[in-house]
Design a protein around this ligand. Structure first.
Ligand code: PLP
Length: 296
């Protein structure tokens, strides 16, 4: 069985023509062969959307939440609506085809297609996940970086696509390199008016007493699937949960904080802007164990 699987969608959207009207909705293809046109808007403009799902013990996690967010992101970019039935079947086919592993991931991509054309491009890629044990146990150091937008950017300037999972991640990658230059592992973005937002590829979650807090998605941050699973976990343990508009200062005052995301899962923050902060190792371990055990 392969360690990488690539599936190309023949008709990623019912609102657009198929690439080949005679062919099946999707097909497993040879990953060693070229598939993407150099004129695809995914490559030339980052004009598309994506999702990355964790697959634990063969089960894709937060399946419906990822698909709903995929459709929402596509709508924010005025892309043809993804045919979620076909995408769901393609994801499941990729997972079945992949060589079994404790932890894998599936990345799904929908672009506007080749420039000047009318057919969107869609693919599903599955592979084994890297080992994130160290980030999950020893923790990560973060720097806070100004994202350069006010906290209300999503409502004042929806064309900036805050909160959509677009293929345009060059800014997020640049922020990660800035963190590295400053000797840190990751980033917590802050709005230009001092509100905590999210990481470049993760959601910020912190504990204040018995309350688990995350920045409100209305702030133009991604509606996190991992965070949603962790809120359900916290509530089942009797904790309360809250979506807030937290000021920067709240992070240093938190009892524990994490950057959470699919694949890496829960990474406890051990240092913020060169200040050491305590890790809640017990709760972190329980959260990661919970996520790794999810079978939906
Ligand atoms: N915020 C951003 C900007 C992200 O890119 C991601 C994931 O890649 C997340 C948050 C976390 O989302 P999820 O937990 O659904 O993976």
């Amino acid at each position: 069985m392969p360690e990488h699987v690539l599936i190309i969608l023949n008709q990623p959207s019912v609102d657009a023509p198929a690439h080949d009207p005679e062919a099946a909705p999707f097909a497993i293809t040879d990953i060693g062969q070229p598939h993407l046109s150099v004129m695809d808007l995914a490559a030339t403009r980052g004009d598309g959307v994506f999702e990355t799902l964790s697959v634990c013990g063969g089960y894709p996690q937060a399946f419906d939440h990822h698909l709903a967010r995929f459709a929402r992101s596509a709508a924010m970019l005025d892309l043809p609506a993804p045919d979620l039935v076909v995408w769901a079947a393609a994801i499941r086919a990729a997972v079945v085809e992949l060589d079994a592993a404790d932890e894998s991931f599936v990345k799904i991509v929908l672009s506007r297609g080749v420039e000047g054309g009318h057919v969107p491009t869609g693919w599903v890629y599955a592979a084994h996940s890297p080992d994130h044990t160290e980030a999950r146990t020893a923790g990560i150091s973060v720097v806070t970086l100004d994202r350069g937008y006010r906290h209300d950017v999503a409502s004042t300037s929806p064309w900036l696509l805050a909160g959509a999972k677009t293929l345009s991640y060059a800014v997020n990658k640049a922020a990660m390199r800035e963190a590295e230059r400053r000797g840190a592992d990751d980033v917590v973005f802050v709005s230009s008016d001092g509100i905590l937002l999210e990481g470049p590829t993760s959601t910020l979650v912190y504990r204040r007493g018995d309350t688990m807090v995350t920045p409100d998605p209305a702030l133009g941050v991604l509606d996190g699937t991992t965070q949603a699973n962790l809120f359900r976990f916290a509530e089942a343990r009797g904790m309360t949960t809250a979506f807030e508009r937290p000021a920067l200062g709240e992070l240093l005052g938190a009892d524990a904080a994490w950057l959470v995301s699919s694949v890496r899962l829960v990474a406890p923050i051990r240092r913020i802007d060169a200040v050491d902060v305590p890790i809640d190792a017990t709760l972190t371990g329980a959260m990661n164990e919970h996520l790794l055990g999810l079978r939906e």
